[in-house]
Design a binder for this molecule. Structure first.
Ligand code: COA
Length: 444
């Protein structure tokens, strides 16, 4: 009898897999929307990812091949990208297009694919993986909801300003919004580069990737967005990224919005909402379907949400996130922690601050009160490795803290097994881990 392990083989994707992967994924994703028919948008996206995408290569796919037939039974893709967390560059893999052909389900193929992907991330020193998908399912594989997604109010279409009709004199000539062209790619990348040095968690794009977003994708690609630039005269001062059509609910989704300097947001928001209104009405006319609302997939604190018309409150969702090594993630943040403690005028009085994660401990080393390095101490036996740590923070909670999803008081409230030894440690760790605004439009 064949064992499961030789019935299937896991391997990296190849250029020659494009048709099979596109067919498999189109047949399994979003089937409720197609009534069981292949999804043309998924097929186009898979083809775009496998041919000519600026940051994805076939090798980023992992596939399960049925040994006897050589046919693909399941696949996923790990989209490599670099995010900036308040100025610290962070390699990230976004998992997408997870699917198993119906006749091969029941064999835990996603579990095996993710195990292979996680091994690969560990080898490549990619400390963070994210995925958006089936509620609860990815908890099985070590993922947790640790990155806010959405939460900004929905704007009913009739609440959007109509600048042309009502106040043509106020905005014309100052800030304008128009669809981007390939010639805007350099300006957009410059905005992104500056945003990467800010306080938020962002996913910057270089000019090649911006050009691809503007004009590189197949028209049917479900991940295709429309890009608009925010201009002051001829200068690119920001961008607005929205859906390329209305959803079944008549909503136009906003995926990203940026304006610099921040002081221009009141004007920028008015111009952006007016643009969204124009786009929504245009889609309604061409598709003969109603345009009900703009749905910003932005955090509730995003300036576009705070400054815009009062909308209908939305409950924030979340991305799943996972790290194979929370201490490595923490170590990458060392320069940021040093800056945050300097800004708060805090100097650690001992040579080391020890955070026990129950499976390993992080040793933060200080010279003259300033952080120098972070090292890990691991134990082969027993759970705890340090007798008297300054803090105990379970690995999952440390992930929430490091990526700025939860603050220390929230962690102490939520995780009974999180604890700090004294008030000084609490003060240090509170200053080290403020909430970081998630301003992520991932690269896919
Ligand atoms: C989700 C999917 C990839 C899982 O396939 P798989 O890894 O081969 O999983 P299996 O069929 O072996 O199921 C493994 C376990 O996951 C559970 N599971 C499978 N699909 C699930 C779903 N949609 N929701 C919740 N649990 C699910 C199974 O019940 C099983 O649980 P058990 O171990 O307690 O018996 C597959 O069902 C699929 O392709 N679905 C359609 C596409 C899709 O939804 N992809 C995910 C997009 S985020």
């Amino acid at each position: 009898m064949r064992s499961q392990s030789d019935r299937y083989k896991i391997r990296r994707g190849r250029e020659s897999d494009v048709d099979q992967i596109a067919r498999l994924q189109a047949a399994v994703q979003l089937q409720a929307a197609t009534g069981g028919e292949p999804h043309a948008g998924i097929s186009a996206w898979a083809q775009d990812l496998l041919t000519g995408h600026p940051s994805v290569v076939p090798d980023d796919f992992l596939v399960v091949e049925e040994t006897a037939t050589g046919r693909l039974a399941a696949s996923l893709v790990g989209l490599r990208q670099e995010w900036s967390l308040a100025g610290i560059w962070l390699p990230v893999v976004q998992v997408e297009l997870v699917g198993t052909a119906p006749e091969h389900r029941g064999n835990r193929l996603t579990e095996r694919l993710l195990a292979a992907l996680h091994d690969r991330c560990a080898t490549d020193r990619v400390p963070l993986q994210i995925i958006e998908g089936i509620p609860h399912f990815y908890r099985r594989f070590g993922y947790d909801y640790a990155l806010a997604n959405g939460g900004a109010p929905t704007m009913p279409a009739n609440a959007l300003p109509d600048l042309e009709a009502s106040r043509p004199d106020v905005y014309r000539g100052l800030l304008t919004v128009r669809p981007a062209t390939a010639a805007d790619a350099d300006g957009l990348a410059n905005v992104d580069r500056r945003q990467a040095d800010g306080d938020a968690l962002v996913c910057p794009r270089n000019p090649v990737v911006w050009r691809y977003e503007i004009m590189g994708r197949r028209a049917a690609d479900i991940a295709r967005r429309e890009i608009a630039v925010l201009l002051r005269g001829e200068d690119v001062q920001g961008f607005l990224v929205h859906g390329s059509g209305l959803s079944a609910a008549g909503e136009l989704t906003v995926f990203a919005a940026t304006c610099e300097p921040g002081a221009h947001w009141p004007e920028a928001a008015a111009a952006m909402y007016a643009h969204l209104g124009r786009v929504g009405r245009r889609h309604a006319t061409t598709t003969q379907r109603p345009f009900h609302a703009v749905r910003p997939l932005l955090d509730a604190d995003h300036p576009l949400a705070r400054i815009g018309p009062r909308g209908i409150p939305a409950r924030p969702g979340a991305w799943y996130a996972r790290t194979g090594d929370p201490i490595e993630l923490l170590a990458r943040l060392a320069p940021l922690l040093r800056n945050r403690w300097q800004a708060a005028d805090l100097r650690w009085p001992e040579p080391t601050l020890v955070i026990d994660t129950y499976t390993a401990s992080a040793h933060l080393h200080f010279a003259d009160g300033e952080l120098t390095t972070v090292t890990a101490k691991r134990s082969a036996v027993g759970a705890s490795v340090d007798g008297n740590p300054h803090a105990a923070i379970p690995p999952g909670a440390l992930l929430h803290l490091t990526i700025g999803h939860r603050t220390l008081p929230e962690v102490l409230d939520t995780w009974p097994d999180a604890a700090v030894r004294d008030g000084l440690t609490e003060q240090f760790l509170t200053a080290a881990f403020p909430r970081v605004p998630p301003r992520i439009w991932p690269r896919n």
